[in-house]
Design a protein around this ligand. Sequence first.
Ligand code: ADE
Length: 281
Amino acid sequence: MPLPALLFEVFTLFPEVFEPYLQSSILQRAHQRGLVEINLYNIRDWTSDRHHITDDEPYGGGGGMVMKPEPIFAAVEGVLGWPPACPVILLTPQGRTFTQSVARELAFGDDTSVPDQTRRLALLCGRYEGVDERVRQHLASDQISIGDYVLTGGELAALVVIDATARWIPGVLGDPDGVLDDSHASGLLEYPHYTRPAEFRGWSVPEILLSGDHGRIARWRREQSLLRTWQRRPDLLETAPLSKLDRKFLDQLKTSFISDEPEGSSEATGSDEPAQPPGTS
Ligand code: ADE
């Protein structure tokens, strides 16, 4: 079997949480093809006391329990050596926000010129109220949050990171261009998709998609992406790479909104969806 492109070393108190998802998704196929490998380690196996204790009360008092540093350091050191042989990512609500571009950065690292090399990443899942601060300071080389909310542990966050990162590896998705078309890959939300039947309960597929005119279809899709992004996530337009044509289309959208036509203008959008100002749809 060739070396996997991506190897995750996951440190957790709940390895059983990962298995059902990893065995029933595209990730399982990626594993069978030798593209992505995931090793699960139970931090409890590195405790040295009779009761296998992994948490303790916080110094200074207060509620909740804190994960002890010794088993975490021992587990990571036992698997990755010291200093750790690869980046160690702590999943925590205090980390940098996980986005599609962070997923891509994790998949390819700084070194996109050596595609044959395995990229190894360690994911460290916290539990309870948190982990001893010395783990954050002296063991983690990166900290990632999957959003501004608090989960009961880092396991779901680690699965999110594994899934979104693995999708970037060539061969993981059936369609090699799939990841490039995704929402967020271009900095915009994705255009709408339709499949057969052409009419369902009286709702028709937009005529243009049946036209066979690939140039017009590509432009329509681009405009739909721009429209949706303007309606739902206008913040993304500030950083998305936009062509002159894109900017012209967005200007038209804004003008049609300012002119305040009764149903919004579907002229600029060529869409059934009325043009809505940002934040109202
Ligand atoms: N652990 C608890 N909440 C989390 C979050 N939002 N992201 C990553 N890890 C977490």
